[in-house]
Design a protein around this ligand. Structure first.
Ligand SMILES: Nc1ncnc2c1ncn2[C@@H]1O[C@H](COP(=O)(O)OP(=O)(O)OP(=O)(O)O)[C@@H](O)[C@H]1O
Ligand SMILES: [Mg+2]
Length: 510
């Protein structure tokens, strides 16, 4: 029955009773076909007794139900994907490297993408800004492999702290260097010095530091071996074999790499304390690596009290020789100066026979110290016995004074300037590794030679024991520095070489 124009009264049965609903004619709930429309005009479309209409309605209901289900399924899939993403984000926060270790910081999960992203970025920035000293490597410790996994190929060298061999990793066929640590001076088990060598090397991951692959053990507790990348040469053996010294461009390439590696070590609070040409390895690709961390140690600011008996004599700084027990990275910079001098002439620069002679040779090159060039040197323990010549004015103007040009005739002014700064008696006048890298010497012509253009040399280590010209050994670890009498440095007394001439003046000042 029609009521009014715009609506139809529909009778429908709900439960037992009958209800009357008002439905708009073109209600979107029931889109009407024209056929059905025609039927409805004569008779109620919802009449119970019309099976055709009921079939259509049932069909529409099924379609509607299908649509509802599809929509619900789509919604469920969306939620599932969201949950998955959230779980992934949480995992990433906990183990950025894919480790399943504990989270370093909890990442807040929030719907507010912008604010949570900003918070995460802030945490990341804070973590990056933390000093590296506070970070400890995790997950790198585990049971060591046995040395039997390596086949020894040939012996390379016996040093003060180890026997080094060339060896092959049996499982991979890779050639490595195997250094057996000499631990016999450690009655109480594993010596702290051996641990220091391992710990500092493990922390010192840099392209100019020898790569420690792993530590392996023999049958006994004190059978400890360092497995390192193998390098064909050490700089000392190379200089001994070469007919001519390196070219200026090659010297720059070598120096930049040593100082680059050292700058990294110092930035990690590691002092090497035994820099010398035999501890600098080179491969046939012109790459240089700092090796031998037997003397290396962490230091602090202010520097702790440290042993004075460090650094092989010829590369040892004047403050160490004069008995300083508080010293810093400047001792490594002095050694760099000695290495620079050795690269220029192929010969070690300051070859003292003992500590007193070493000091004598140093002063012969640099001129004796005075209160302007090295304020406070008098307070060092061994300086008390030092008798200086009455006129101890610097041999050249400037602070630090320039080294005598006659000793380094082929060096440019910038080069001589850098060498003089590195070999400044006063540690405070020496450049830091960073300052050294920025020195104009490296920017003037000839420029450093590209590493790939570096000459290659036949390897001694690859075939036979390296032939070594005599050089003094690194100091024995754990020993006390000897009592020294420097009275003779300028007077031809006990330790010094009487009558030594150098740097344009005579040391015997009588
Ligand atoms: N990774 C390496 N690849 C090739 N040769 C190496 C390697 N490591 C060391 N050597 C060689 O073995 C020598 C001795 O090694 P190292 O300096 O580590 O031992 P050391 O006993 O501490 O020496 P030192 O006499 O300076 O105290 C080096 O001078 C070098 O010739
Ligand atoms: Mg060595």
């Amino acid at each position: 029955m029609s009521v009014g124009t715009g609506t139809k009264t529909v009778r429908t049965r709900i439960g037992e009773g009958t209800r009357h609903l008002l439905i708009p004619r073109h209600s979107p709930i029931l889109p009407l076909t024209s056929d059905l429309h025609a039927k409805m005009s004569s008779k109620s479309r919802w009449a119970d007794e019309d099976p055709e209409t009921e079939a259509i309605i049932a069909q529409q209901k099924r379609e509607k139900e299908q649509k509802r289900r599809a929509k619900a399924e789509k919604q469920r899939q969306l939620e599932e994907a969201k949950a998955q993403q959230a779980r992934q984000d949480a995992n990433n926060t906990q183990a950025p490297n894919g480790d399943s270790g504990p989270p370093t910081k909890r990442r807040r999960l929030s719907n507010d993408a912008t604010s949570s992203d900003a918070a995460v970025a802030k945490i990341d920035a804070e973590e990056k800004a933390q000093p590296s000293l506070l970070r400890f490597p995790m997950g790198e410790w585990g049971p060591c492999r046995h040395v039997d996994n390596f086949e020894r190929l040939n012996h390379i060298e016996e040093g003060s702290y180890g026997w080094v061999s060339r060896a092959k990793d049996i499982s991979t066929g890779e050639v490595v260097a195997l250094k057996k640590l000499k631990l016999e001076n450690s009655p109480d088990g594993f010596p702290v010095t051996g641990l220091r060598e391992i710990q500092t090397l493990m922390e010192a991951r840099h392209q100019n530091v020898v790569y420690l692959r792993e530590v392996v053990m023999g049958n006994k507790m004190d059978d400890v071996y360092l497995v390192m990348d193998f390098h064909e040469h050490d700089l000392k053996a190379l200089l001994d074999e070469m007919r001519e010294p390196f070219l200026p461009s090659e010297i720059k390439t070598v120096l930049l790499q040593v100082v680059g590696g050292l700058e990294f070590l110092h930035s990690q609070w590691i002092m090497h304390r035994d820099l010398k040409t035999s501890n600098l390895l080179m491969n046939n690709r012109g790459e240089l690596k700092i090796a031998d961390f037997g003397m290396a140690r962490y230091y602090g600011d202010p520097p702790p009290k440290l042993t004075q008996l460090v650094v092989t004599l010829w590369y040892r700084s004047p403050e160490l020789l004069l008995g300083a027990d508080k010293y810093g990275t400047e001792i490594d910079m002095w050694s760099i100066g000695c290495i620079f001098g050795e690269l220029l002439t192929k010969e070690p620069l300051l070859q003292g026979k003992n500590e007193v002679d070493q000091v004598s040779k140093i002063f012969a090159l640099t001129g004796p110290p005075n209160s302007q060039t090295w304020p406070g040197f008098r307070s060092l323990p061994n300086a008390k016995s030092l008798r200086l010549p009455s006129s101890s004015a610097p041999t050249s103007a400037g602070n630090p004074p320039l080294l005598p040009r006659s000793q380094f005739p082929y060096l440019t002014n910038a080069g001589l300037g850098l060498l003089s700064e590195l070999l400044a008696l006063n540690p405070a006048s020496r450049p830091t590794a960073r300052q050294c890298l920025e020195h104009p010497y490296f920017r003037e012509d000839p420029r450093p030679k590209p590493r790939e253009m570096f000459p290659t040399f036949p390897s001694k280590a690859g075939m036979e024991k390296r032939r070594r010209h005599h050089t003094p050994e690194a100091p024995k670890r754990g020993q006390e520095a000897p009592e020294l009498d420097f009275a003779g440095v300028f007077g031809g007394a006990p330790g010094g070489d009487a009558g030594e001439a150098g740097a344009g003046f005579t040391l015997r000042l009588g």
